[in-house]
Write a protein that binds this ligand. Sequence first.
Ligand SMILES: Nc1ncnc2c1ncn2[C@@H]1O[C@H](COP(=O)(O)OP(=O)(O)O)[C@@H](O)[C@H]1O
Ligand SMILES: [Mg+2]
Length: 204
Amino acid sequence: MDSVQREYWVKVAFGCVYHGIMDDGSEVAIKLLTREEQSGDREFIGEVGMLSRLHHRNLVKLLGICIEGRTRCLVYELVRNGSVESHLHGADKNKGNLSWDSRMKIALGAARALAYLHEDSNPRVIHRDFKASNVLLEDNFTPKVSDFGLAREASDASHHISTRVMGTFGDACLAWTQQCEVVRLLLFNANIYFARAETSSMDT
Ligand SMILES: Nc1ncnc2c1ncn2[C@@H]1O[C@H](COP(=O)(O)OP(=O)(O)O)[C@@H](O)[C@H]1O
Ligand SMILES: [Mg+2]
């Protein structure tokens, strides 16, 4: 990696996210984990193991990892247009309202990402932290679900749930968590449409 631009960073639960430039000039996002206790390591291992086996156009792509001493980095494709949260309620709110088409694209993309995680991926996965701030946006508003630090595997063949990754919750609890995630998707979509109705009525 050639350089990491320190002026472009976001503080996260276990460290910071930097904007980096690779030797070939490509831009990446680098999540630098600084916390050295067990939970930071567990988050790192969980996120790496999970992401390396998942491939979907609505999931953020993990390009690589770096471990040096006690420092751990996750290198992601750069998703440069903020998050759904920042566009609806935060720093990007004043950039201009999201069009109906963009909002539809976000709702569909997020639903496809969760359907892939719950039904089609191998292993099946429950994200467990699905929310507007963890849905990043490309310039054309293609959504990318990110931040897999709390994710857990669901099982392969049926809706039976295993606890192979972190292993502290029982089957029923994880099945319930999966159902809750579907409800969170509904709330996410309601948030998108409600914000739209609000801005539309102000526009007219
Ligand atoms: N791939 C990425 N591209 C661009 N920005 C990112 C990327 N990943 C994270 N970020 C930025 O860092 C913030 C926090 O990242 P996240 O992985 O959600 O950390 P946390 O565990 O603190 O929630 C995001 O809201 C976003 O602003
Ligand atoms: Mg997050």
